[in-house]
Design a protein around this ligand. Structure first.
Ligand SMILES: [Zn+2]
Length: 183
């Protein structure tokens, strides 16, 4: 299971559509969820944790991505939920990718420039997972919330963010998910 923090629908499509095809991932099902209010990560994950559905969340920073690349089998076995699921047990483990959320909290770039940067990050951080997933593996990829552009952004202010999330606009609340299978 992979969570992509902040991946709103247009960004999701731009980053994932081609990548899934390139790495031979077949879409079994896909859909959209309406994120809990306020649309921040904690509010999406906390109910799953309280229900005992979600256990360990691994933050896929550069170091963990490097571990995945250096020994994919060991890494993916440790992240695999198959044993827990077939024993009818939860909580499940999830890999969480933060590069979109990190970027929207720091970027002052216009959307096309932001997207370019996110493409690079996707290639660096997410593509190795798609690449090393063994044939036959099934993975749920889900966003937790999206983001919106701050229309009243004051360019002269050094602190004011250009992108925001937390409220209930489509851009923030629609959270895409897809169930994929490696061919
Ligand atoms: Zn955030």
């Amino acid at each position: 299971m992979a969570i992509i923090d902040g991946a709103r629908l247009d960004v999701w499509k731009a980053l994932l559509d081609k990548a899934l095809a390139d790495y031979n991932l077949q879409i079994l099902r896909e859909g959209l969820l309406w994120a809990m209010q306020p649309t921040v990560t904690e509010n999406q994950l906390a109910p799953l944790k309280e229900e005992g559905l979600l256990g360990h969340v691994l933050n896929m920073d550069e170091q963990l991505v490097a571990e995945l690349i250096s020994d994919p089998n060991v890494f993916l076995q440790a992240a695999d939920n198959l044993k827990a699921l077939s024993a009818g047990k939860t909580p499940l483990k999830a890999l969480k990718f933060n590069f979109i959320d990190d970027k929207i909290h720091s970027s002052r770039d216009k959307l096309p420039v932001l997207l370019e940067e996110l493409q690079l990050q996707t290639r660096k951080k997410l593509h190795p997972l798609l690449e090393y997933l063994p044939p036959g593996a099934i993975m749920l990829i889900a966003a937790d919330h999206g983001f919106r552009t701050n229309l009243y952004h004051n360019k002269d202010s050094k602190e004011e963010p250009l992108y925001l999330h937390g409220s209930n606009t489509f851009f923030e609340a629609l959270a895409p998910w897809t169930l994929v299978k490696k061919r």
